[in-house]
Design a protein around this ligand. Structure first.
Ligand SMILES: NC(=O)c1ccc[n+]([C@@H]2O[C@H](COP(=O)([O-])OP(=O)(O)OC[C@H]3O[C@@H](n4cnc5c(N)ncnc54)[C@H](OP(=O)(O)O)[C@@H]3O)[C@@H](O)[C@H]2O)c1
Length: 296
């Protein structure tokens, strides 16, 4: 029987639940005819597209998931042109209750199984909380919180059974602080960071990586889509490219880092947010996030 770290860890640490090597081999045998895949939700543009490119370049079979068929087809063509490898694509709205089944079926069709899940798809809402419609708030919670939680819950048991794979959840620098003028978005990212760190602790030593990525501003269409392009943070805070963020995320994930903060400026910003009191930082964020800092 091959060397299995999880089995030896459970023998060395008797307080851990015993691990049955036969169960691990049975779980792996169940997918022996399939290839492991990295699934990136929101892989049709921005950070998700860059993450998909990174995983393809690292030799992983990669699957991108998004709702818009045309954009998905463009992304497949772009990734093929950039890497020489055509990724699999799955058309799916991850807020649908059966999204995990749709993704599983798409993988099975391509003779793949879910090895690494990148929960990247997300949406933002800019402006005062009371200006957000209940419908938009529900959509934000559905994508950023409910879907991510459901997909994570659906994916983890098989990964743990195989003692392989992992989950990379895309949070944000906004996870570390309340964000007046993007209140629901910032709160949703705090949820993602908290959930991910907690799950990472629960499954430690079981052969599965669980990480959160907390990027600062990144140059994507995300800010324009939520009408925040003229906010002060877009003008004065340095932005990273999606490729830079993706490379940092990939490296951190492979090293098993639980929380990945891309860039030195963002790392310093996180330290400042942890050290300074909210009485100072929350009004500062309110100014940075105001939708139209310089009114015309
Ligand atoms: N950009 C930043 O500055 C920044 C900073 C920190 C964290 N983040 C986080 O990073 C992630 C990606 O951001 P981004 O800037 O790359 O965003 P983006 O350019 O707006 O891309 C979002 C992607 O998610 C997909 N998507 C949205 N809703 C979906 C749904 N219900 N089902 C399936 N796919 C869906 C979109 O495709 P379709 O519309 O075709 O579905 C698109 O591919 C988000 O979670 C965001 O919160 C971004």
């Amino acid at each position: 029987m091959p060397y299995e770290p999880a089995v030896w860890l459970s023998r060395l640490m008797p307080w851990r639940a015993p691990v049955d090597p036969n169960a691990i081999h049975a779980a792996r045998a169940a997918v022996a005819d399939l290839k492991p895949a990295v699934v990136v939700t929101g892989g049709s543009r921005g950070i998700g597209l860059a993450l998909a490119k990174c995983f393809i370049e690292a030799g992983c079979t990669t699957v991108i998931v998004a709702r818009n068929a045309l954009k998905l087809a463009d992304a497949v063509a772009e990734l093929k042109a950039a890497t020489g490898v055509e990724p699999v694509s799955i058309l799916c709205d991850i807020t649908e209750p059966n999204a995990a089944d749709v993704i599983s079926a798409g993988l099975a069709n391509a003779n793949l199984y879910l090895d690494v899940l990148v929960n990247n798809a997300g949406m933002g809402l800019a402006g005062p909380f009371l200006e957000q419609t209940p419908k938009d708030l529900s959509s934000l919670l559905a994508v950023n919180i409910e879907s991510l939680t459901r997909l994570t819950r659906a994916a983890l048991p098989d990964m743990i059974a195989r003692r392989q794979g992992g989950i990379l959840n895309v949070a944000s620098l906004g996870a570390y602080i309340p964000g007046p003028n993007q209140a629901a978005y910032y709160a949703s990212k705090s949820y993602i960071l908290s959930l991910t760190e907690a799950i990472a602790s629960e499954v430690a030593g079981q052969g599965v990586r669980v990480s959160a990525l907390t990027p600062g501003p990144v140059d994507t269409e995300f800010h324009r889509d939520m009408g925040a392009e003229r906010s002060l943070y877009r003008i004065i805070l340095p932005s990273l490219t999606p490729d830079r963020v993706a490379k940092s995320a990939y490296r951190g994930f492979m090293f098993g880092q639980r929380v990945i903060v891309p860039g030195i400026f963002n790392t310093a910003f996180v330290v400042a947010l942890k050290v300074l009191p909210h009485i100072v930082t929350v009004p500062m964020m309110r100014g940075l996030l105001r939708r139209e800092f310089f009114r015309r």
